[in-house]
Design a protein. Sequence first.
Length: 345
Amino acid sequence: MSMRTWWGWALSVLGVLLAAAGAAVMVVLGPDSRLSTGPHAIETDDIAVVTAPEVIRWADVKIDVRAELPARKPVFIGLGNTVDVRSYLAETRRLEVTSFDRPWTITTRAVDGAPALPGAPTALDWWIATSEPRLGGATLSARLPDESVSLAILSVGSSNLAGLEVTLAYGVNNGFLKGASTSLLGLAVLWVGVLAIRSRRRDEPDGDDLGDDLEEEVVYVYVDDDGVEHEISAEEAADLEVVDEIGADDDPPRPAPGADTEPEPEPEPEPVPTVPQVVVPGVLTAADIAAGRDRPRPAPDPHPEPERVVYVFVDEDGVEHEVGEDELAEFEVVDDETDDGGGRP
């Protein structure tokens, strides 16, 4: 596997994980970027329910807490610094939440103390956020600060928190948009990984891919009595006896050691091609010269051409002019020369 293919698969896996995580956040939080759980019953007959230090570990998270009591009992919800809340409820009998896991899993313990609050909770000014004390239920909405805080649900007056039910909603600021962005990022990373893998296979195919595309071709050969091979079809080969099978990379079959083999006949010498002899009349050949023969004389022409007579006129300046036979009547013949060098008449 090449480095490009490896990175392509790694990006594809990372893209799938990012897309799945973003989609999960969108489904859990919803368009309002909030997750709600409850109502959940809390078994207690004390006058206070409070979270222990380090139970609320979030920051910059908006929470909505609703506490409901039967018989229209008055109830109060407050969020304050852990030190202030523990100091306020140090001598009060209470139910303390020691751990919390989302969406709703709590561990509690009972703490003995006085059966009444040391003072009216609405009179305290160190609360970070509070609800209005109401009969039968109260709701608190607040954004958690970056410090250690505790949440307290208190019964106002002489009643207690028997039959308490709590509903909790919390979310992340722009959580739905962040989940959608994460999903889109994951899809983009996945697409880059797929492109890397496809380009690697298109440009430099692996050996396994080449092996899948290769097909084995079977060729049937028939050897006649003269040792000449003839290629035949599969249908024709079915009617004949298969003597040997040779693969594409196999060597031709060799005779076993010690087997009787007929010696191969010696190759016959190739005949020397003969060149036709061209005889030119009047030209001696090499055989004629060797025999001492004389060059033959050409035979006389049976139809010799007649001699041509030329008539010449000499003017006063001594310049000769050739004239035709029909113009001789106008001139006087002074001399007559022959071709054999005779005298003039």
